[in-house]
Structures are given as C-alpha cells and as structure tokens.
Design a protein around this ligand. Structure first.
Ligand SMILES: NC(=O)c1ccc[n+]([C@@H]2O[C@H](COP(=O)([O-])OP(=O)(O)OC[C@H]3O[C@@H](n4cnc5c(N)ncnc54)[C@H](O)[C@@H]3O)[C@@H](O)[C@H]2O)c1
Ligand SMILES: O=c1ccn([C@@H]2O[C@H](COP(=O)(O)OP(=O)(O)O[C@H]3O[C@H](CO)[C@H](O)[C@H](O)[C@H]3O)[C@@H](O)[C@H]2O)c(=O)[nH]1
Length: 331
C-alpha cells in the first residue's frame, strides 16, 4: 500500500514518513516547500514538489504511485498569522484540502487521515476536552481546519471515503534517533523558540500573557511528542485498512503544562537561565487546552512512549543543537 504524505517535508509529516518507512510501507511525498525542507525527506522517498490544491497534479500522483491512502499534513499552522490573514488560511487549509479530497475520491483512494487541531474547540468549556466538547474555534486557523473536518464527514457519507481526523494538541520534540526535528526557519512554537533562546540563538523569550485564568497566569497546553503522534497515524491507517469506521480522535497525553512550566523545563534541561520578557497576550490563544485521550487509546490501542515533558524538551534541544552544528559546518 503506497501512502501519500502531504506536507511530508515539514515537521510532523517528516516524522510520519520515517514511521511509515520504519513499518516497511511505500511512501510518496507532496510538498510545496513553503515551510518544509527538501532535506527533511529521505533520499529513497519520492518527493513531488507542488501544491495539494492542484487537483490535476494530485490525480497524477495518485495514479502514478498507486496511492491507496493519504495522510494530509500540508497546511498553514500559525494561529496569530491566521488572525492577521484569515483569507490565506481558508485558502491553504480549506480550499486546497477540498481539491485534495476531490482528487482522492476521483482516484478511488479509500482512506484519508487529516491533521486537525485542538484549536477547533476554542475556549475549553470544561477539561480535559473530549471529542464531543463544543466546537467553537476562536481563530481562523481553527475554523479553517473544522471546515475540512466537515468536508471529510460529508464525503464519507456521499462517496464512501473512510477517514480519521486526528486533533493534535501541541506537538513537540524530535525523533529520538536524531533523524528529524522541527527545522523550519520561521519558528514560533514555544518549545522550539525556548530551545533557540537556551542555545543563544535568540537574546530572549517573550511570554505572551500572564493574566490568564490558569494556575500561574500563563496558557496551559498538552504537549505530545511528535514520534508518539506519528505512531498514532500508522495505527490509524491500519485501523481503517481493517475496514473500521471513520473516526475523530484527540491526540494528547491528558496533562497540561503552563508556559512558565515549559520555560522552567527548558532551563533545567539546558542549564541556561536565558532572559524571559513579559509580553501582551497573543491573538487567538485560548487559556487552556488539555486532551481527554481515552478515545484514541480505545480505538487504536495507542499508548504513549514519550509522555515526559523533560524528555520532550531534551529531544528538542538536541535537535536544535544539531541544526546549529549543520549551519556552522556550512558557514
Ligand atoms: N505543530 C503543531 O503543534 C500542530 C498542532 C495541531 C495541528 N497541526 C497540523 O499538523 C500539520 C503539520 O504541521 P507541522 O507542524 O508539521 O507544520 P510544517 O509547517 O512544518 O509542515 C507543513 C508542511 O506542509 C507544506 N505545505 C503547506 N502548504 C502546502 C500546500 N498547499 N501544498 C503542499 N504542501 C504544503 C509545507 O511546506 C510544510 O512542509 C498541519 O496541518 C498543522 O495544522 C500541527
Ligand atoms: O515565544 C513564545 C511562543 C509561544 N508562547 C505561548 O506558548 C503557548 C503555546 O504556543 P505555540 O505557538 O507553541 O502553540 P499554539 O498553542 O499556538 O498552537 C499549536 O497548537 C495548536 C493546538 O493546540 C495548533 O494546532 C497549532 O497549529 C500549533 O501551532 C501559547 O500560549 C503561546 O502564547 C509564548 O509565550 N512565547
């Protein structure tokens, strides 16, 4: 079975490619390299550089590579950016996903995994968040993903497409074997930015908002290791291949860490007391997002292997240090 991984040159997609290759599967990647890197795709995996919104290209890739399943990671991912430029987010995340779904249906692809997000819930009404919690995104990013979820549900009824919607909470860390990590140049994610501050690549870290209704006033998130997440996708593809029903599942550990707790973990792991500056709240940030992971455990038999913030942070630091080494060697 060949799996098409869209966004396979990006952070999470590149870990998915490794997980699929480790499981002996054939893979083809489509990525427009807007944030992804060619070097993130292993040399023995075909990479088609192009946009998932190009329906004719997608039809060709599906046919030429005998694609039987799609894992759709390609998209735009920065919450505040989506507030500043919502139309672009609806184009890249919703309109282009529609083209990909259309090509999948026309090409006879029966299984489809979609990278959704905890941002579809908006402000949590109660925690931990189960999949049945109200869906009320507070950012265009979350809304753009929710629309794609809806398209998949409708396509499933109309055309018999089986799908798995995986709602990721905050993804962090790097491949434990050092083969992949978060490499994008324009980093905005907390653990990545903190790792860069610890390594002296940034003068300081900004803490966005200290007046949230949380235990220490900073936002709380459920950080999941990227390799645990990638493994959940491989299980999800097997699950759908066995003829199981389409499903929606949260991907998190069920425990939250505040921004201040994450900063403390990065300082502990690195031994560097980098400067942290108080900054105003960032647009589109809910106060707290913590998953109830019962469904993914029950449905896929998924179990976390890296549920430890210190270990997640250590792997992110190791990856960041290796990137710095590569840059130094190239200079
Ligand atoms: N990182 C997180 O914490 C997180 C949380 C929830 C959901 N997600 C979702 O997971 C997916 C992957 O996120 P990531 O963190 O790996 O981001 P990323 O930016 O590293 O990866 C996205 C990849 O998609 C590619 N891409 C973007 N638009 C494309 C298009 N139209 N056609 C082809 N390729 C395109 C980019 O070049 C990049 O390689 C996204 O859909 C994101 O919304 C991420
Ligand atoms: O330099 C920084 C960066 C982040 N933060 C704070 O740290 C928390 C986490 O922020 P991230 O940018 O790391 O992640 P987000 O929660 O904004 O979003 C991530 O997780 C979401 C799901 O929870 C989405 O899916 C999204 O794609 C993904 O980027 C937020 O409160 C943010 O304000 C800071 O204080 N300083």
């Amino acid at each position: 079975m060949t799996v098409l991984v869209t966004g396979g040159a990006g952070y999470i997609g590149s870990h998915m490619v490794l997980a699929l290759r480790d499981a002996g599967r054939d893979v083809v990647v489509v990525d427009d390299l807007s944030t992804g890197l060619r070097s993130a795709v292993p040399a023995n995996v075909p990479l088609v550089v192009g946009c998932v919104g190009d329906e004719a290209l997608m039809a060709r890739v599906i046919k030429d590579h005998g694609v039987q399943a799609i894992a759709h990671f390609a998209g735009s991912i920065v919450v505040p950016e989506s507030v500043a430029d919502p139309i672009d987010y609806y184009l890249n995340n919703t309109v282009r996903s529609r083209a990909l779904i259309a090509a999948a249906v026309a090409g006879g692809v029966k299984r489809f995994l979609f990278s959704s997000t905890a941002a579809v819930y908006g402000e949590a009404s109660s925690e931990p968040l189960s999949e049945d919690a109200p869906l009320d995104p507070v950012s265009p990013y979350g809304a753009s993903k929710l629309m794609t979820e809806r398209m998949l549900a409708d396509a499933s009824v109309a055309y018999g497409l089986s799908y798995g919607v995986l709602r990721y909470f905050n993804v962090a860390g790097a491949d434990p074997h050092g083969r992949a990590g978060q490499s994008g140049a324009r980093a905005t994610h907390l653990i990545k930015v903190a790792a860069q501050a610890a390594l002296g690549q940034r003068g300081h870290l900004e803490c966005f908002g200290e007046d949230y209704p949380t235990r220490d006033g900073t936002c709380v998130r459920d950080y999941i290791h990227v390799s645990d997440l990638a493994r959940a996708h491989v299980l999800a593809l097997d699950h759908l291949a066995d003829g199981a029903e389409s499903f929606v599942a949260n991907c998190g550990y069920g425990r939250g860490a505040s921004v201040k707790e994450v900063i403390a973990a990065v300082k502990r792991a690195s031994g560097v007391d980098f400067p942290v500056r108080k900054a105003p709240r960032r647009d589109g940030d809910p106060a707290s997002l913590v998953a109830d992971p019962s469904r993914i455990r029950a449905t896929l038999g998924w179990r976390a292997e890296h549920d430890d913030l210190d270990a997640i942070v250590a792997s992110a630091l190791a990856w960041e240090a290796s990137l710095a080494g590569v840059r130094r060697a190239a200079a």
